[in-house]
Design a protein around this ligand. Structure first.
Ligand code: FBP
Length: 545
């Protein structure tokens, strides 16, 4: 494979490890744990993996380790650093016993079920060190949750002599990793399952998990692009840029990018919900800022929009909840096409929800009703909120022009940043964090753990002071409604309105709206002063202050 000079130099980077992982380790156990909610139900569903202690690794004594084989799966959306989790795991497994082998299942969890895999070698791994993407083995969104899939999986795991499976995924994939760990433990199959917290969305975090990997690099990449747009915007002074940012339900990415770039407007879905804002309230809020800036002669600006916004407008949220239930019914699933599904929806939802459904532009209503991912989630990335909002702002300004309260010019440009950042080459933070997560997973496996997620903490400090260990996945679970049924799932972390990152933003946003105070962060740097190259996200540093 031909490479750029930067790729060649970057391939030689040796990611840093926490001190405790630089030699032999011993596991120090904390107290027995409880799930975040619905303790009795979750305990009953996970009798073998519930209540286990949090683990922290400390320096231990060297002991011989038998060789063991491990399998790894990349699940769900790409996130920068996935290749480093794999190279960290590979190096970790080989450091314990060079005869151990690492296998990668191809194209996501489906590779385990369909017995499609590769064996990693030194040369193969070296091609992918410190690179972005998941192309080393590919990823997929097959849901691993049926017993037949688990049984098919065990056949290939036994055939390859695999002792443990590492699943790299977001909240849904790690929930399924835990279900699989419980199933194999209950059946006494002797295969451990370890999860790893991935997602650019930043919504897989809690007291134990500081951040999901990929969030840092993705936000820095989007912030570079937003900064470039802001500089263009401030040069030409003729456009309002409506920029939608990935992140599924949570607004962590939009908030982090706002902290990095200081746009004129940034919507936070969680706040829209808390204030029970209607679509018209959101539009009026933006239009008012446009009008105020126009009054100062500034007919330009930037608006950041989290991709999940529409789901958080209370009336639309209620509609989506009913759509999820109605469309999960077997007769709905059997309908042949879009037209039939929309007709079915209209005939089966409540009067109030039907009124909201009919009030939405036809394309948005159709997307809400039709597009679901395999976990039953609305595919928010397909809804063109940036265009919907700018269309509605233009209409509102037209009204205000008629009554003389607005005299500016409004011309909009639209952008959607998501795929641009998911496979970016990992920042130093993600390169080190991911390598450590993978390396640490090898220690959890050697220690005989199952149903745990690999965790690295204290990541705002230099890497040598990072803390490595494991958290039982059941500890993060509660019961939620999915596809019409109550299910145990890892609780998603949304933006906390009383958290430091949101408060910092809220205290400054009015000034950012009025004045032009853009920050232009520039591209990710790998070499240079530490304050340029090694900083974590503003979200994490504010949370840890
Ligand atoms: P994960 O939750 O699987 O990490 O994926 C995150 C994400 O990038 C979301 O931000 C986005 O809504 C979604 O994936 C897009 O999915 P797809 O890659 O299937 O288009």
């Amino acid at each position: 494979m031909e490479k750029s000079a930067l790729q060649i130099a970057r391939a030689a980077y040796q990611p840093k490890l926490p001190k405790a992982l630089q030699g032999p380790v011993k596991a120090v156990e904390g107290k027995a744990t409880e799930s975040v909610d619905n303790q009795e139900e979750i305990k009953a569903m996970f009798p073998n993996t519930y209540g286990m202690p949090v683990i922290r690794f400390e320096a231990g004594e060297s002991a011989p380790c038998d060789n063991f084989n491990v399998g790894i799966i990349l699940s769900g959306g790409q996130a920068p650093g996935g290749h480093n989790v794999i190279s960290g795991l590979y190096d970790g497994v080989k450091s314990l016993n060079p005869a151990s082998k690492l296998y990668g299942f191809l194209m996501g969890p489906g590779g385990l079920v369909d017995h499609k895999y590769v064996e990693f070698t030194d040369d193969f791994i070296d091609e992918y060190r410190n690179t972005g993407g998941f192309d080393i083995i590919g990823s997929g969104r097959t849901k691993l949750e049926e017993n037949e899939q688990f049984e098919s999986g065990i056949q290939i795991l036994r055939q390859l002599g695999i002792k443990a499976l590492v699943i790299i995924g977001g909240d849904d994939s790690n929930t399924n990793a835990c279900v699989l760990a419980e199933y194999y433990a209950a059946k006494k199959y002797g295969v451990q399952v370890i999860g790893c917290p991935k997602t650019i969305d930043g919504d897989l975090k809690n007291e134990q998990i500081e951040t999901s990997f990929g969030f840092d690099t993705a936000c820095k990449t989007y912030s570079e692009l937003i900064g470039n747009i802001q500089r263009d915007c401030n040069s030409a002074r003729k456009y309002w840029h409506f920029i939608k940012l990935m992140g599924r339900s949570a607004s962590h990415i939009a908030l982090e990018c706002a902290l990095q770039t200081q746009p004129n407007v940034c919507l936070i879905s969680e706040e829209v919900e808390q204030k029970a804002m209607s679509l018209d309230d959101v539009v009026t809020y933006i239009a008012k800022i446009v009008a105020d800036r126009a009054a100062e002669g500034n007919n330009f600006g930037t608006v950041l929009i989290p991709e999940g916004l529409i789901e958080f407008i209370p009336a639309i949220k209620k509609l989506i909840a009913e759509l999820n239930d109605v469309l999960a019914k077997p007769e709905a699933l059997a309908l042949p096409g879009a037209e039939e599904q929309i007709a079915y929806v209209k005939a089966h939802i409540s009067k109030d929800n039907l009124a909201v459904f009919n009030s939405l532009p036809t394309d948005v209503a159709a997307q809400l009703a039709l597009d679901r991912d395999p976990h039953g989630n609305v595919q928010v990335s397909l809804i063109e909120t940036e265009k919907l909002l700018s269309r509605m702002v233009a209409a509102k300004l037209k009204e205000w022009k008629k009554d003389g309260s607005y005299k500016g010019k409004f011309s909009a440009q639209h952008h959607f940043f998501g795929y641009e950042g998911r496979c970016a080459a990992p920042s130093n933070y993600d390169a080190d964090y991911c390598y450590s997560l993978g390396y640490n997973a090898s220690r959890l496996i050697a220690d005989g753990r199952t149903g745990y997620m690999s965790i690295i903490q204290n990541t705002t400090a230099p890497a040598s002071e990072w803390v490595a260990g494991g958290v039982p996945i059941t500890m993060m679970m509660n019961m939620e409604r999915r596809n019409g049924k109550m299910k145990p799932v890892i609780r998603k972390a949304l933006v906390e309105l009383d958290g430091a990152p949101f408060k910092y933003f809220a205290a400054r946003r009015d000034e950012w709206a009025k004045k032009t105070m853009y920050i232009y962060p520039g591209p990710i740097q790998y070499w240079g002063p530490s304050e340029v190259c090694d900083q974590c996200t503003k979200t994490l540093s504010l949370e840890k202050k």
